[in-house]
Design a protein around this ligand. Sequence first.
Ligand SMILES: [Zn+2]
Ligand SMILES: [Zn+2]
Length: 1004
Amino acid sequence: MSGAQTLTKSWTGNELRETFLRFFESKGHRRVRSSSLVPHGDPTLLFTNAGMNQFKDVFLGLEKRDYNRATTAQKCVRAGGKHNDLENVGFTKRHHTFFEMLGNFSFGDLPGQPGYFKKEAIAYAWELVTSPEWFGIDRTKLYATVFGGAEVSPGSTLGVDEEARGFWLEQNIRADRVFAIPGLKENFWAMGETGPCGPCSEIFYDMGPAASEEGHTDCKFPCDCGRYVEIWNLVFMQFNRDTSGTLTPLPKPCVDTGMGLERTAAVLQGVISNYETDLFVPLIESAAGLAGVDIETEKNRTYFMVGDDISSSTSAFRRGGYLPSLRIIADHSRAAAFLIADGVIPSNEARGYVLRKIVRRALLHVRFLHAAFRRAGFPFLSRIATQVVDTMGSGYPELEDSAARITRVLDEEELRFTRTIDRGFHQWEEIRERQRQDWHSSLVQELEKEKPEEGLQIDQALKRAIEGKEPRIFQEFVRKSFGPARLERFIREWNKAGKLPVSGADAFQLYDTYGLPLDFMTDLARDAGIEFDQAGFEKAMEEQRTRARASWKGGAKEAANPAYAKIAEAYRTEADFYYGTSTKDCRIEAIVTKSGAVPELKAGETGEVVLDRTVIYAESGGQVADTGAFYDPSGSQVVAEVTGAYYPVAGLIAHKVVAKETLRVGDRVAVAADAARRDLIMRNHTGTHLVHAALRNILGTHVKQAGSLNSPERLRFDFSHFAHVDPEELRDIEQQVNDEIRFNTQIETNVSSLEDALASGALAFFGDKYPEHNVRVVTIPDSRAPRGFYSKELCGGTHVHRVGDIGVLKIVSEQSVAAGVRRIEAVTGIGALEHYQQRAQMLSQIASKLNVGEDAVLATVEKLSETAKQLEKQLGDQKRKGALGQLEELAALVQIVKGVKVIAAEVPNVDREGLRQLVDSLRQKLGSGVVALGTPEDGKVALIAGVTKDLTAKVHAGKLIQAIAKQVGGSGGGRPDLAEAGGKDTLGLKSALSSIPSLLEEWL
Ligand SMILES: [Zn+2]
Ligand SMILES: [Zn+2]
């Protein structure tokens, strides 16, 4: 028999998976489907991360199955939480977010069905791995390990697993190939602090020196440099550990094994990296194709991201060009496809958050590729994920069932992320560019300080180097003038520009204003090899929180009639408006007019009335006040008309009334609010909450309420946002809001402490004052949302009963109201219907004016505007021709001021472009001189001045134009040889032009 066996065939990942399962089926195992990546009934686990997860209760004896031998190919995800390998993925050979675990399990004996333990588990493993009928892996490359003894709980030591060693030797493994590894880390397994535990045995494969991460050429097993790869771990659940740490042998010992599919595929395909197997290569190639990356070229590249440094630095981290990005995209697409298939959707919480992080990390690298090769377009990730579905769907049919959803979810996330990133990334780059420039100019200044006499030369050399994009010129100069040592130091310092950390305060601004996610920035920093100022970021965030807190506690109170302060000492108004729009038996506690508190208000007089109780909503929180009436106690006769209500001081409601009968303090009245009007207001108020939530979902959580108004006619919502909202985004917002309306959940309101309300995720409007206790929380529940609600806000307003009561919400405008503050206006219910009707009517009127059908309106208008443009152009051309016709006439107006030729004249009927051409022609005609022309046009003045180059040292056209523009109530400026201005005073034009000679008199 020859020493080295060769593999009889190359195995695809799919074949490997299937063969493993078939092998164990042939040994009496039940093939069990992979469980979901979302563990059911195990809150301790974020994602399924091992084959045994789904059998946990079976191992614990809590659950019985009708089989005692099982085999699985289990989907696993490791990202987020304890096993956070995300950062390494793509930069190593074997880190993945998603991977498959092949396993065989024995749960102890069943009547008539014996389980198995170490002996059989080892024999099965060795047969599958080495038998030419199965995987046929070269035995000379294999090693086995057994537990080498350790202190398993305080004071109790477990010795070497000689039993296992014996079973390995029974398989005819050379004794020097079986290693006992001491310690708890490698070869001892425990489910938790207590419960099943036991020794492990592992099989390792020698990938050869090429796989060593540390460049070892001749190291021996068990060196952990990467050369020796663990492919299979056999866990022998032999003991139960109790709370005192004591181990007692389990009556039914169990077996749980895990073989990593990806690494075993690497072994069977004769490659050293998992990413070179057929599980990844097609994905990487597709990504490369989409992004325009040539893989072979990248293999030889030594940088990953390029700065504009004088000489680019390299690090081990950057070996392989853009290949890490391709690997990350491939890996993360697998994870994303599988997670979405198992029902996880990107969100800001728990599993959804990890998925979002994975997807966004992949998209970040798509972005890097796009920046470098300019090919990657939308959609990117879903195309790679589709390929995952195509290649792995045979093993995991749930992928095929979810294919459409995977694409949709990924496309949505890609669009949303791209929007946020485009804005934020641009700012990030600007900050870095600014830092770089500051840094570089400080270095140049240092040089200048060292040799002040060289100052000008330094500047010029630098300028030439920058213009020619050729740093050598400058380097050459520095070497000559300052010496090679100084040059070396200079370059070293210069190159640090690429490594300047972004300050935490800047980063926080990007986060707060541009919605750039924090983890995106930390990734960006790491990938650029710079430090991220986490502490500074947190400090800036805390400062902002403090500011926000101060702003809602210290709101200034409106100056109210001083009488109210006194009234408030004795009375307060109970707010009954949450429960209806009419009530009886309310007592008039006080009446206030301009003259202060009064005992009565006569019929026809206006004043303000305080009741002990009311159903009239008083203006607050952006909701306008109700209108309504006071009635006599029987409710049949109106005694006062209520035109509004407000809080003069906290807890007291003042009704603005016009008395119809005499009102006296102590009278009892019935009160009714205009119910139909209230309904309109409520629809809009609830609509405001929906719009707020949708804005945060779609634009990002940097969106903060800056004010709102809920009136019967419309709702108005002001919010912080740095850019205008795209029509596309508006449509998304509208769609999401209306989807929520159709979902028609019942609105919940409850009262809690401010602290609890904020902790539950309720949004507070920082411009408002809230009490510490008894704040009202308005929730729009949504069982589809990860947090169980769509919107949760602190709010004292009145709301519809079910969201569906709104009917429909239509955004009618979006505009800027202040720097960084946008305003959305929308209509609901009847208001929306009226809006649609008005628009439809307008369209029909336009169509009839144009004398075309409604469908043809757009095309007709386009044609009309095209025609209008052409006519305008023709008219302009003619005017210009006419103006040029005046050239000779104007030239004749030349005057001589101190020997310089000057033309200053008014030209009628010419546009700005014509004026410019005239000035140019006159300047040429004069050869040397000053020309200033003006024209009155549509009630405004246009002025242009031109100076021939030989005179610009004395006469600056910009200064000249400023001086004359002032006389026509305008302003302007420009270059020394040509300048323009506008003005408002057409009557002043003549005298302004005639002042030119005397102005020039002074300058020449
Ligand atoms: Zn080594
Ligand atoms: Zn509200």
